[in-house]
Ligand binder design. Structure first.
Ligand code: CA
Length: 433
């Protein structure tokens, strides 16, 4: 921790000092944005209160020349992500000083601010590869019970940070709408499969993890160096077609059940901003010790991140009647069975090379109690027990017109709360065939 985490620090951007604000001066997350509807070039920006600091304008103003700011002049963050943690940290310190109350550069920096209400975003990096992990043992057990009642948790789960290689081309920024996917599915009792619109469409509440500095092909990343390769975290909704998934997933895992859409939130909260919210990574009694390449003192002492997650639903009917989104569940990233550092160490143990801007999904984050399940399939026991919304509607799975909203924040005594904004996506009717 350093002066950028000081809980007494305040910004001259007064909205950043409001209690409960997502983007206080202690946060400073990165996105790629432009003024909405202008057709301007997209460029990196940093959130402060209800404003975005335009890093291209700031560069042009010549107030804070730095290697980090030089690397933030492209239409994506890939170059900046590849610079490594010393450069990220130096830019964060510069931005913190410029935005702090009393800064001598207030007037010049004020000219580089855009109201967030006037901003549109794009995917913050060229995502070369996307890997989705499965790090919540509660989710794995809940899903396993539905797909394999007699054998819910496969024996490798407690040893391997399981993942599969996902599709990056269909990852989109918050605000995404997508048609209900069609695909091959085999309804229970049917002799033969059919091609039809998915009937069991679901969301998954996940954390997105952006890789920063890459590693050379053939050179694994040691667990103690792993977080130096991670730029930051966002929210990720891994939309899932459960009926397509159930029919296709064996033996090679998810394929078309997942590749039609993935929604991420626009702001990436850096690992450095998350420093006050680190927690020990613990295993319950009776769980095996992680293998040596997945173990370190630092990972045990502070590998977990105390990040409160929430998923909300707003149906088309609710929207028409001005009813606010309704919370479906909340969970915490610190309940994950594997840490971010373990994901990096495992992903590279075979020599696989990660590149700046690669994205990991954490896997659906579910807790061990009612109200903490991160997907409808868990909440409704595979659709058998539909959940009732306050306006009387019921949901076994998602209906056309449903909007799903993911939110997250970190808070603790003695630190300033920081938020992640939202990842919002809406289901449209299936395209006619
Ligand atoms: Ca997933």
């Amino acid at each position: 921790m350093n002066s950028t985490h000081d809980p007494t620090l305040r910004s001259w951007v007064t909205s950043a000092n409001a209690s409960g604000a997502d983007f206080p001066i202690q946060n400073l997350p990165f996105a790629v944005l432009r003024r909405v509807g202008t057709g301007e070039r997209f460029r990196p920006g940093v959130a402060i209160g209800d404003r975005a600091l335009d890093l291209r304008e700031l560069h042009a103003a010549g107030i804070a020349p730095s290697r980090g700011l030089d690397a933030c002049q492209e239409e994506t963050l890939n170059s900046f992500m590849g610079q490594g943690s010393a450069v990220w940290s130096a830019l964060r310190a510069d931005l913190s000083a410029l935005l702090a109350a009393g800064s001598e550069h207030e007037a010049a920096v004020r000219n580089c601010l855009i109201p967030l209400s006037e901003v549109e975003y794009q995917i913050p990096a060229r995502i070369g590869d996307y890997t989705d992990f499965y790090t919540s043992i509660h989710h794995a057990a809940n899903i396993g019970r539905l797909f394999r009642p007699n054998d819910p948790l496969l024996p490798n789960y407690r040893w391997v940070p399981i993942g599969y290689h996902g599709r990056s081309s269909s990852i989109a920024i918050s605000g995404q709408s997508f048609p209900r996917p069609r695909g091959q599915l085999k309804p229970p009792g049917s002799e033969r499969p059919e091609v039809a619109p998915c009937r069991r469409l679901d969301y998954e509440l996940e954390i997105g993890i952006f890789v920063g500095r890459g590693n050379a092909l053939g050179v694994p990343v040691d667990i103690d160096d792993a977080e130096n390769h991670v730029f930051g975290l966002c929210l990720l909704n891994d939309w899932s077609a459960r009926d397509i998934q159930a029919w296709e997933y064996q033996p090679l895992g998810p394929f078309l059940a997942k590749s039609f859409a993935t929604t991420i939130s626009p702001w990436i909260v850096t690992l450095e901003a998350l420093a006050p919210f680190r927690r020990p990574w613990r295993r319950s009694a009776g769980e095996p010790r992680a293998l040596p390449y997945l173990s370190s003192e630092e990972n045990s002492a502070a590998g977990a991140i105390d990040m409160q997650l929430e998923v909300l639903l707003q149906s088309a009917t609710m929207r028409e009647n001005n009813i606010a989104p309704e919370s479906l569940s909340s969970s915490n990233f610190s309940d994950a069975y594997w840490t971010v550092a373990q994901m990096v160490a495992h992903h590279t143990v075979n020599g696989c090379n990660l590149r700046p801007g690669d994205l990991f999904g954490s896997g659906t984050m579910s807790g061990d109690h009612e109200g903490s399940q991160g997907a409808l399939i868990e909440i409704t026991r595979g659709g058998a027990e539909p959940t009732r919304l306050r306006n009387g509607e019921e949901r076994a799975f998602l209906e056309d017109g449903d909007t799903v909203i993911l939110r997250a924040h970190c808070a603790r005594e003695g630190a300033v709360r920081i938020g992640f904004g939202e990842a919002v996506g809406t289901v449209l009717p299936a395209n006619s065939q």
